[in-house]
Design a protein around this ligand. Structure first.
Ligand SMILES: [Zn+2]
Length: 242
């Protein structure tokens, strides 16, 4: 190898190394994993979670069963593309029913996330109900978890016991919390989701969304919107999960 070639190779290696170093974030959590575009190792029967999260969930499920509560996960891991489908469906429905694009987006982000920003991308989150009830239609409504609703007993059990198994409520019923509305069904496995959350905050979501050609309402997701969305929705979680 010529000396000039060697020098070239040397600098290329440094460049590649520093590029890789910047792509990998702290705790070795890959950026693609954090935004739902990676390939995490998921397990579960009827749900998809990281192995450690699944184990903790099954322990909690067994404990609940002793108290006659039959826990059931209705939503767990969700990919970027799955979240994009939810987003596009809601955007179409809301704009078809007469809302402006901006208003449609504000309505979507009462409960649903911009693709790439769902905590469900991480394999650490569960939406949970009780299996004993035959409810038709949408099961994730706060009223079903309160006021003698079918999931009230389960909600109270979760509030008293879930933290022993590592699961914490994310979108609490706290009037000072901003962002997504109260979700009595959504729990997070704290030990893993905290490092994921901290790494997630370093990501420039707007850059990622720019690449998406079939994302409806994209023109409204500008710098101004995204800043408010990150500050209020992404950071608007239980203090116990920060
Ligand atoms: Zn959820």
């Amino acid at each position: 190898m010529k000396r000039s070639e060697f020098i070239q190779l040397f600098f290329n290696s440094i460049f590649l190394y520093s590029f890789k170093y910047h792509e990998k974030l702290e705790y070795n959590i890959d950026k693609e994993i954090l935004i739902g575009k990676g390939k995490p190792n998921l397990v579960g029967n009827g749900y998809k979670l990281l192995s450690e999260v699944s184990k903790a969930y099954l322990k909690m499920k067994d404990a609940a069963k002793i108290d006659n509560i039959n826990l059931k996960i209705v939503s767990s891991y969700r990919s970027f593309n799955h979240q994009k489908k939810i987003w596009n469906r809601k955007f179409s429905n809301f704009t078809n029913s007469g809302l402006s694009g901006q208003k449609a987006i504000n309505k979507i982000i009462e409960y649903s996330t911009v693709p790439g920003s769902s905590r469900h991308h991480w394999g650490t989150e569960i939406d949970i109900i009780e299996n004993n009830h035959n409810i038709k239609g949408d099961v994730l409504l706060p009223k079903l978890f309160h006021d003698s609703g079918p999931f009230e007993k389960m909600r109270v059990w979760m509030e008293e016991n879930s933290e022993k198994y590592g699961f914490y409520k994310v979108y609490t019923n706290d009037k000072f919390r901003k962002g997504f509305l109260y979700e009595p069904w959504h729990y997070s496995y704290k030990k893993i989701s905290i490092p994921y959350y901290k790494n997630y905050l370093k990501i420039d979501l707007l850059e990622i969304l720019k690449e998406e050609k079939d994302l409806l309402g994209k023109k409204y997701l500008n710098k101004f919107f995204m800043k408010k969305y990150i500050d209020e929705n992404i950071k608007g979680i239980s203090k116990k999960l920060k």
